[in-house]
Write a protein that binds this ligand. Structure first.
Ligand code: C2E
Ligand code: MG
Ligand code: MG
Ligand code: MG
Length: 279
């Protein structure tokens, strides 16, 4: 820009140029990863029913084994996918892969009931997610009620009638809808009443507070009560200790997910674990 003067780049703008280059490099790497379909893989974290101790669900969590950047977790690249709208073809890949992995498990007789897939707000706003789900259901022959889409509260501040319509259509198709990281977004009881969701997932930050923080326990209690009022299932994420599990059980939580039971794992490892626990 003009204020850089005529004597070349300032230190700041050199640094900025490097940042811009790095970003462009990452975007290119993501584009080719989406194209070649080889660098992303999905891990699955089991969801356990507190009352039966069995694995009832599995959540797909993506990893990127990048040729240039090494192994990366979603927190390091989802934002960039969202900013560039690449999240749309990426999200289609994740959903297709997770549903077909689930069906391989299902067809082999494993008794997991549902696969959960994280959906970005951008996919709800900027893409035809209904068309995508319809196509994937036809491709994989997955029963729609065996799909759960996890959405976050972030859209609710300015959610549009159109997004609400999309959510209703997905529900009418039989797909289940969970609010992820519940309690951290723009929670309002008024909008919960409007949303056609089937589950609340209590954010890990509240589970972390058990048993030390009275406030965290009170929040968990309130979320469970809210869920019961709206006839929703409730899952706690990030459960790491037996004490947390006991509290969550006493508070009336239905399902748990967390390192206490299992970390995210590949499909084969999940099959082995499932054979051990569910059969
Ligand atoms: P999330 O959906 O809330 O997933 C829970 C995160 O907590 C996962 O991190 C999981 O590995 C981690 N976790 C589970 N149990 C424990 C525990 O007991 N202790 C600790 N410390 N961590 C635990 P991950 O895999 O790094 O995913 C981070 C976030 O990235 C996810 O949060 C989700 O919002 C997003 N994400 C992951 N995969 C996808 C995807 O395919 N599409 C989209 N749009 N977002 C994704
Ligand atoms: Mg999730
Ligand atoms: Mg979550
Ligand atoms: Mg979370």
């Amino acid at each position: 820009s003009k204020d850089q003067g005529h004597n070349g780049y300032s230190f700041f703008s050199k640094q900025l140029a490097t940042e811009v280059e790095k970003r462009a490099e990452r975007i290119n790497a993501l584009k080719s990863a989406i194209r070649n379909g080889k660098e992303f893989h999905l891990l699955y974290q089991p969801k356990i029913s507190i009352s039966t101790g069995k694995i009832v669900g599995m959540e797909a969590l993506v990893r990127w084994e990048s040729e240039s950047f090494g192994l990366l977790g979603p927190d390091e690249f989802i934002d960039l996918l969202e900013e560039t709208n690449l999240i749309i073809p990426f999200g289609a890949w994740v959903t297709q892969k997770a549903c077909s992995d689930f069906m391989s498990l299902y067809n082999e007789g494993y008794s997991i009931k549902q696969v959960s897939i994280n959906i970005s707000t951008i996919q709800l706003f900027n893409s035809d997610i209904v068309e995508m789900m319809d196509r994937i259901i036809k491709n994989t022959k997955i029963p729609p009620k065996m799909i759960e889409l996890e959405i976050t509260e972030s859209f609710s501040a300015d959610y549009k009638e159109q997004v609400l319509q999309t959510l209703y259509t997905l529900r009418h198709m039989g797909i289940e809808l969970a609010i992820d990281d519940f309690g951290t977004g723009y929670s309002s009881m008024a909008y919960l009443q409007k949303l056609p969701v089937t589950r609340l997932k209590i954010d890990k930050s509240f589970v972390d507070g058990i048993p030390v923080s009275k406030e965290s326990i009170a929040i968990v209690k309130a979320i469970v009560a809210l869920a019961k009022t709206f006839d929703l299932n409730v899952t706690a994420e990030g459960v790491e200790t037996e004490v947390q599990l006991r509290y969550l059980k006493d508070l009336g939580c239905d399902e748990v997910q967390g390192y206490y039971y299992a970390k995210p794992m590949d499909l084969e490892t999940l099959k082995t674990l499932c054979a051990k626990i569910n059969q």
